[in-house]
Each structure stands twice: as structure tokens, then as C-alpha cells.
Design a protein around this ligand. Structure first.
Ligand SMILES: N[C@@H](CCC(=O)N[C@@H](CSS)C(=O)NCC(=O)O)C(=O)O
Length: 289
């Protein structure tokens, strides 16, 4: 019997003995339960990336957006997920410096909070194709349907429809590497709002449970945003700690209908621009009045 098994057995014996005891002991019991879950999480090793898989998380501080640059190390073919207009020069520079060839600029959905960098990247890196879900109602070079595969080198992204934040939301999964890009469907300890752009809480709840939280527990999830500096999560963590999605569907609807968030600052220019796959240059700042 190895150390972990002995520790697990002792903890289980201790836990069973603490049941039906006083409040104080119940408190200790709950903390031990928590410790046991943390140990379980720590033991859930993520799938190590294969040596020929390149991953880079990028950030836009204005809209708190994460973009992801992925590549096949051998063929140099690359994709970028959810690029941001203002960072197209930065992203194309990295791609150039690393000797990569951008094949696809992909969007998980038609964003409301920033203009996609797809259009500008197409101009800076000729040959790049823009990609979005077929139900997004946006223009692009390639439209994805549920479970369609996008390839770069030998790597495969499977696109799953996860509507609810918007109709066209998709989650991009790379099964071999144990990762998923959830866009705004699932955020770390949260989820995308449902109060505009075809948002629907019941649809979102079903999408997240059926298509994201049903992935293996150790899959690492990469959202399109985080507003607290967190960079990634896992299926196991969200199944345990997501304050919205661990509730019943009725409670979830109630929560979502009462978020009362202010509208994203850029929504009026972002949605029309994103319907056209972004713009082809960084627009000049509007003069201050
Ligand atoms: N303050 C930001 C917008 C923040 C926001 O509304 N985020 C969206 C995702 S981008 S449409 C969201 O779904 N948030 C959910 C949440 O619970 O925060 C801005 O002005 O751009």
C-alpha cells in the first residue's frame, strides 16, 4: 500500500467516526471533507501537453479578455482564439517572431465587449481565415457546425455548440491535450450573462452541464474573460465551486435574471463590427469632447 492509499484510508476511517457527532465535531468533519476534496483535486493531474503542442495565453487589459495562440510545433501551423482588435499588431508580431503561420482566427462567439482582431489579423497575416459558429449571425470565411473539427498541423479542435450567452456560442475542445476554450459560456466561478444578444439562462445551464461539465474532471478550462486575475480552472473545480452552476436550473434562472450588470461599455460598436468579422485596422480614438 503506498503513502497516498494509507492517508486516504486513515482519512476515510476518521471521517466515518466523526459522523453523527456534536456541532464542533461536525465543523471538523466538514473541514476534513474539504481537505479530502482538495487532495483529490491535487491528485487529478492535468493531461501533460504533447511535446509538439504550443500554447500561449494572451490578455487584453481593457476588456479583460483572454486570447489563446495555439500551434503545431513541427508544422508551425497556428490558430488564435478570440483575438482582440487592439492587440492584432502584438499578436502578429509574436506569430512572426516564433515563425508560425496563422491558419485560423477563431471566435467563440460574436462578442459584445470588444471588437474581434480577426479582420485586422487577416490583413496583417495574409492567408489567415476567420472562423465562427454558423449560428452566430456573423460574417466569416468559415462557419462551424456542432462537433466540426478544425485542424492545425496534426492537432484537432472540436467545436461544440454551447448557446445561452448568445445563440452562436461555441466551446472549442482539444481532447488530446485535455483542454477546452469556453468563451463566455463558462467563466471561472461564473458564466456569461444572459440579458442581451439572444441570452437565455435555461439554454446556458443545459449547454454548460451537457457539453462542458460533462468533460473529464481533470480537463483544464480556459475562459474568454476573468475579472479577478485568474487564468484557468478545471471541470472538477467548477462542478464543486461554481456558485451559479452548482444550483438547480430554477435557482440558476433566478440568479441570472437578477444580476443587474451594467451593459458592456463597447457594446454599441462591438456587436455591429463583429457581425462583419471585425474591422481591418485599429480605429482612431474618438476625439474627447
Ligand atoms: N465591464 C465589462 C463587461 C463585463 C461583462 O458584462 N462581462 C460579460 C462577458 S463580456 S459580454 C459577462 O457575461 N459577465 C458575466 C459576469 O457575471 O460578470 C465591459 O464594460 O466591457
Amino acid at each position: 500500500m503506498n503513502g497516498i492509499m494509507i492517508a486516504k484510508r486513515s482519512l476515510t476511517t476518521l471521517l466515518s467516526r466523526t459522523q453523527n457527532l456534536s456541532k464542533e465535531r461536525q465543523f471538523i468533519f466538514n473541514n476534513l471533507k474539504q481537505a479530502r476534496f482538495c487532495a483529490y483535486l491535487a491528485m487529478q493531474q492535468r493531461t501533460p501537453y504533447s511535446r509538439d503542442f504550443f500554447f500561449r495565453q494572451l490578455f487584453d487589459e481593457k476588456s479583460w479578455t483572454y486570447s489563446y495562440l495555439l500551434a503545431d510545433v513541427n508544422t508551425k501551423e497556428a490558430v488564435i482564439i478570440d483575438p482582440v482588435l487592439e492587440h492584432a499588431p502584438r499578436d502578429s508580431k509574436i506569430i512572426h517572431e516564433l515563425g508560425l503561420k496563422l491558419k485560423f482566427a477563431m471566435n467563440t462567439h460574436c462578442h459584445a465587449d470588444h471588437i474581434t482582431g480577426s479582420g485586422y489579423l487577416k490583413k496583417l497575416l495574409p492567408g489567415t481565415l476567420s472562423v465562427i459558429g454558423g449560428k452566430a449571425g456573423a460574417n466569416a470565411d468559415r462557419f462551424l457546425v456542432d462537433e466540426e473539427t478544425v485542424e492545425f498541423g496534426r492537432h484537432k479542435i472540436v467545436a461544440y455548440e454551447t448557446p445561452g450567452h448568445t445563440n452562436g456560442c461555441m466551446t472549442f475542445v482539444i481532447h488530446e491535450q485535455g483542454i477546452a476554450f469556453t468563451g463566455d459560456a463558462l467563466l471561472i466561478r461564473g458564466c456569461g450573462r444572459t440579458d442581451f444578444q439572444e441570452g437565455d439562462p435555461k439554454t446556458l445551464y443545459k449547454s454548460v452541464h451537457n457539453k462542458i461539465l460533462s468533460l473529464p474532471d481533470n480537463f483544464v478550462l480556459y475562459p474568454a474573460h476573468d475579472y479577478q486575475g485568474r487564468t484557468e480552472t478545471t471541470v472538477a473545480e467548477e462542478k464543486k465551486y461554481n456558485p451559479r452552476l452548482t444550483r438547480s436550473i430554477e435557482e440558476f434562472v433566478e440568479i441570472m435574471n437578477n444580476l443587474n450588470l451594467p451593459y458592456p461599455k463597447q457594446i454599441d460598436k462591438a456587436v455591429p463590427a463583429n457581425r462583419e468579422c471585425g474591422v481591418y485596422d485599429i480605429p482612431a480614438e474618438e476625439p474627447k469632447k
